[in-house]
Write a protein that binds this ligand. Structure first.
Ligand code: NI
Length: 174
């Protein structure tokens, strides 16, 4: 297992097209382990494969509180098949350090995916888990939190991140 480097906006790899995972092999399970180690080290509640430069349709989430046992969820080739209502959360993203914004999402989502054992499952979630599923699923389509805010905020965040990049702050690993 290894902690991988988390890519920060405006790295173009965060916008790349991703491909379905053909088969859940040991290699994919090793990738999932690296992603989990990287997410917990950050720390964050979710991480998508493109954030470590892997253009595959795969993300992980753990929304358990710090005083609760960890509950890692693995979503391979996920599809959001149903959404309901709206909710707004203050979201952050490991690819946007020190940025948080109120973003409107669906309140309830139903997602179909494959787990790390290669088994299909369907999950209906609300609250933070629903937000995390939508946020991480966006990453698989090259969509980022900055795409959900208004033009003015988008420019402010863009400038802030480009400046971080120029100052070399984006070079450090997670
Ligand atoms: Ni993110």
């Amino acid at each position: 297992m290894a902690v991988r480097t988390i890519l920060h906006y405006p790295d173009p790899r965060l916008r790349e097209e991703t491909k379905d995972v053909d088969e859940v092999t040991d290699e994919i399970r090793a990738l999932v382990e690296d992603m989990a180690e990287t997410m917990y080290a950050a720390p964050g509640v979710g991480l998508a494969a493109p954030q470590i430069g892997v253009a595959k349709r795969l993300f992980i989430i753990d929304v358990a509180d710090e005083d609760e046992p960890s509950e890692l969820r693995v979503f391979i080739n996920p599809k959001i098949v149903k959404t309901e209502g709206t909710q707004t959360w203050r979201e952050g993203c490991l690819s946007f350090p020190e940025v948080s914004e109120d973003i409107e999402r669906a309140e309830v989502v139903t997602v179909q995916a494959i787990d790390e054992k290669g088994e299909s499952f369907e999950l209906t979630a609300d609250g933070l888990l629903a937000v995390a599923i939508q946020h991480e699923n966006d990453h698989l389509d090259g969509k980022l939190m900055i795409d959900h805010v208004g033009l003015l905020k988008r420019r402010i965040i863009h400038r802030k991140m480009v400046k971080r990049d120029r100052d070399g702050k984006n070079k450090r690993s997670a």
